[in-house]
Ligand binder design. Sequence first.
Ligand SMILES: [Fe+2]
Length: 162
Amino acid sequence: MKNMQDLMEHTIQDLYSAENQILEALPQLISKAQSSQLRQAFEQHQRQTEKHVQRLEQVAKQLDIDPDGETCMAMQGLIEEAQDLLDQLDGDEITDAALIGAAQKVEHYEIASYGTARTLAQQAGQDKIADLLQQTLEEEKQTDEKLTEIATTKANQKAVKA
Ligand SMILES: [Fe+2]
């Protein structure tokens, strides 16, 4: 990697890998969710994630690169850690709280990466790409806020009672 363009391409490929890993992991999270509110939030995020993958494909096309080519090690680690945690859970009461915590780590990683990629695109004057990345960034932030809302209203209250 030599320049900002290379760095942006790397970031897009990294995100493409991350999003695809999330798509693979989400069915498990959906099946483990205890409350219908959390299950629905994950299902909605699954549909959004499919869109995020498509947007990254559009971005790659604009950049004239292959979106494949990187493995996002951070996402691998986050998902592994989530699976580890889920394996250790005993009892349904804390499951949603744990799922939300794991999902928010994923969201925060994505928010950081999309923010970086968006800024790199802006600085390179690639407004169309910056706009696509910004759209996804907004949706990741909304998901994060929604998870906080669910955590503070339902899941964690249940956990406290347990
Ligand atoms: Fe996403």
